[in-house]
Design a protein around this ligand. Structure first.
Ligand SMILES: Cc1cc2nc3c(=O)[nH]c(=O)nc-3n(C[C@H](O)[C@H](O)[C@H](O)COP(=O)(O)O)c2cc1C
Length: 160
């Protein structure tokens, strides 16, 4: 029996600013504050065996070259339907606010949905801005958006 109340947030984060990691941690904190048992792990720190222990899977990455970053793509490639099927799934990304940005979250959402997760909340986009030398930060107001998204996501899980 899948326990949706056990939530795994998996992320990649590439720059030294670790913006996507901060977004992932914020999502996990909000989930915990709503009473959900939540772990937040870097995608290279877990194998697919670990994924099996959770009922809800939230996956996020920076958008790089218009798509999900390399390491989250490798993580998704390592998953099979038997690891994901029947779980609740959702995706998020960080990206620049531009018509040409691409969207990692959409790609992740499609992948986990293709593996049999049911998407319980449309993906979250958190916009960043460059601060020079591959240094990034969330744009004004984005952290509040992330918290709101996470609270709504937690409520959607709790409503099951
Ligand atoms: C090589 C490279 C390619 C990138 N490509 C994109 C892109 O196609 N679209 C976009 O919106 N942002 C792009 N970015 C900006 C990243 O999305 C940004 O670095 C990321 O949100 C920072 O998150 P992190 O600190 O977790 O790595 C790129 C950044 C780098 C370094």
């Amino acid at each position: 029996m899948v326990n949706f109340m056990k939530v795994l947030v998996v992320y990649d984060s590439v720059s030294t600013s670790k913006v996507t990691m901060k977004v992932a941690q914020t999502i996990a904190e909000e989930m915990k504050a709503k009473g959900l048992e939540t772990d937040c792990l870097y995608c290279k720190d877990l194998g697919k065996e670990k994924v099996k222990g959770y009922g809800s899977l939230i996956v996020g990455a920076p958008t790089m070259a218009f798509r999900p970053s390399r390491d989250i793509t490798e993580f998704l490639d390592s998953l099979e339907a038997e690891d994901v099927k029947g779980k609740k799934g959702a995706a998020f990304d960080t990206q620049i606010k531009s018509a040409l940005s691409g969207n990692a979250a959409k790609g992740i959402e499609k992948r986990i949905s293709g593996l049999g997760a049911s998407i319980f909340k449309p993906h979250l986009v958190a916009y960043v801005e460059g601060k020079g030398k591959n240094s990034w930060e969330l744009r004004e107001g984005e952290l509040e958006n992330v918290k709101k998204w996470a609270q709504e996501a937690a409520e959607a899980i709790l409503a099951e």
